[in-house]
Design a protein around this ligand. Structure first.
Ligand SMILES: Cc1ncc(COP(=O)(O)O)c(C=O)c1O
Length: 420
């Protein structure tokens, strides 16, 4: 009997939807990302259930994982998208996501991106400055096309998360400062081709103390209520993403607590809400499988050198992120303390430091857990390394969702000019 997610079979080997992970590694090679559609669907349904008592839409934050097949899967489940570049917009459209369900966020949309999105019927722009509004206004007037505008508010809240993913304080580049929102929102109403649709916040990612959400949403609601009582139309509020997920254990995010926050503030209001979850929909649904190249022992350290590296998964070195790492096949070997590192020539190329793990031999497989979000999407070809292979599991079958990249492909992206 298979179950949802990655689980151990009767021999204690790692499986997904009845398929042995080791057989997938043999078939496709490593490093290999594997995504379980069952877990994606489950997380999406739990999120839907969380917001069922308010008027709300889910817009998957594509930045978490922009694989076409993953966007397409969420689109088919009924989800919209939140994007931050015209490249993501085009990926969404290529994956079958209707433009009318796409919210265009981001602090630095350039004029060509704004024009493209407008001509292609994007749902709305979440804008982050008066300067951006002026640019959109000029483009919309020239094209004679109406732009739906939501103001992203900077609530000046520091949500106690890693500083590189904290976006709600006034010192960050994000959002419009609280004091200016009222006047800019009123200005929207005076501009032809500009349709004010509401206000939004996104205070950061990996947030566990939901009091921060409560405060940010409460401030947003007060602003909106005040504008409404002065006669302005504020039909929608965008509550962003950011729900924290557990990298230590396979535990669902604390959706029930989140639900309480949302209901407390928005039950029985007539705001149409948008939610932009990324990590909480996809992180747990991914694993990165890597093969041990060799063990290297020095007087001070044991290094397990594997074939995945920071070009496949940069989170440990970029965000000091922790990912569980376990052997794919059962082992009764004794535990050691080791650094698990990749082949890239950087001291920062590690997947785990001083990690307690069972001893491994060359060619053993390791599973790096919870790598569905902000993992493959941040890949690079650093050290001329190829992309990892990516596979999605659907109805007990495996589907390769990215083409194999060869060194030839990497070379073919360049132009060779020989300067004599
Ligand atoms: C505007 C916006 N919305 C949504 C998200 C998704 O956040 P998370 O993946 O933490 O849910 C992000 C992430 O940075 C974001 O910048």
């Amino acid at each position: 009997m298979s179950q949802i997610g990655f689980y151990r079979d009767e021999n204690d080997d790692l499986n997904v939807q009845g398929i042995k992970i080791s057989s997938l590694a043999e078939k496709y090679g490593t490093p290999l990302f594997i995504y379980d559609s069952g877990l994606m669907r489950e997380s999406y349904n739990i999120f839907l259930d969380t917001i069922k008592e308010v008027k709300g839409n889910i817009h998957y934050a594509v930045k978490a994982n922009d694989a076409l097949s993953i966007i397409s899967y969420f689109a088919q489940l009924g989800c919209g998208a939140d994007i931050v570049s015209i490249g993501e917009f085009q990926k969404c459209v290529a994956a079958g996501m209707p433009p009318q369900k796409i919210i265009f966020s981001g602090v630095g949309k350039d004029n060509s991106e704004i024009e493209f999105a407008l001509k292609n019927n994007v749902l709305q722009f979440n804008i982050e400055s008066e300067e951006e509004l002026n640019d959109i206004y000029k483009i919309a007037s020239r094209l004679k096309l109406t732009a739906n505008i939501c103001l992203r508010v900077n609530p000046d809240i520091a949500p106690k998360t890693h500083k590189k993913i904290s976006t709600g304080e006034k010192e960050t580049k994000f959002g419009i400062d609280f004091q200016s929102v009222d006047s800019i929102y009123k200005k929207l109403h005076q501009l032809k081709y500009i349709n004010p649709v509401g206000l939004g916040v996104h205070i950061g990612s990996q947030i566990f103390d939901f009091d921060f959400f409560y405060r940010a949403y409460l401030n947003l609601k007060k602003l909106a209520d005040d504008l409404k009582s002065s006669g302005y139309n504020v039909p929608t509020l965008d509550l962003g993403g950011g729900i924290g997920i557990n990298y230590n254990k396979s535990l669902k995010p604390d959706f029930s607590n989140y639900k309480e926050v949302v209901l407390d503030l928005f039950e029985n209001t007539d705001y149409q809400l948008s939610f932009e979850p990324g990590r909480s929909l996809i992180a747990e649904a991914g694993v990165l499988i890597t093969k041990v190249i060799r063990n290297k022992k020095t007087k001070d350290k044991h290094f397990i050198i594997v074939d995945a590296a920071m070009n496949n998964l940069i989170r440990p070195t970029l965000y000091d992120a922790y990912h569980r790492i376990e052997t794919v096949k059962k082992t009764s070997k004794p535990e050691i303390i080791a650094d698990i590192v990749g082949p890239i020539c950087e001291t920062g190329d590690f997947l785990a430091l001083d990690r307690r793990i069972n001893k491994v031999n060359n060619n053993d497989l390791l599973a790096i857990r919870t790598t569905g979000a902000y993992s493959s999407v941040m890949k690079s070809n650093y050290n001329a390394r190829k992309d990892a292979i990516e596979v999605m599991i659907y109805k007990h079958k495996d589907f390769q969702i990215k083409k194999n990249e060869s060194i030839k492909d990497i070379i073919s992206k360049e132009k060779l000019i020989v300067f004599d």
